[in-house]
Design a protein around this ligand. Sequence first.
Ligand code: 6PG
Length: 254
Amino acid sequence: MRADLEVLSSADALAHAAATRVVTAAAAAIESHGQFVVALSGGSTPSGTYERLATEPLRSQVMWSRVHILWGDERCVPPDQSQSNYRMAREALLDRVPLPAEHVHPIHGEQEPAAAAALYERTVRTLLRTPVGPPRTIPGARIDLIILGLGDDGHTASLFPEGVAARERTRWVVAEYAAAVSMWRVTLTPVVINAAAEVLFLVSGRAKAPMVRRVIEGHRLPTEVPAQLIAPSAGRMRWFLDAAAAAALASRRP
Ligand code: 6PG
């Protein structure tokens, strides 16, 4: 697994670099196998990236009719609620680009969590043409790009420290009550995340600097630091950090 680290001068520069990376990855996937399957992250950090993707000049550089939208995780709330990752992406991106409605595959956070997770596993398996068995790492049968964030506690998607989802070894999607945020979540697991062609971590802000250092330069303790579980088996991993989030990295010290 190859991991690249890029440090951008500001949150704005990070959003622009990330949106440009999505455009490039989309063009390559559509060229190679006719479609681009991207899993969006929730939280606050990626919204600037989504807004840039919905704005010229980047907006018209994507063949939206060939794009499929998944989510890495969702909060178990109705889609019109402010905590909904679907709602955030809809407002920042989906409502502003010519995406076919049937290419948008939300996690149904309004449903009973375990049922929503089982339904979403079927949805992802159907899209990736792998109805049964482990995920495949061949183009067209795997997620082309997964955007992930990082919590101060080392969680990513909704893979929380000491959590059930972080320990999952077969299911692609699980539901979990995340005590850290006092709510049910539905999340992709490392099983399917690590089969992706590319994982793009977006991390911004000084508050994240200690955990960024721990994940990238610290001891490997994936049950305590679930972001360390992310290691694409036949793909690339990129860390896009702003200078504040990268501030504690020893590799950045003179
Ligand atoms: C979510 C996310 C979660 C997020 C981190 C970072 O649903 O909340 O998927 O994993 O990426 O908590 O969140 P911020 O970007 O808001 O710091």
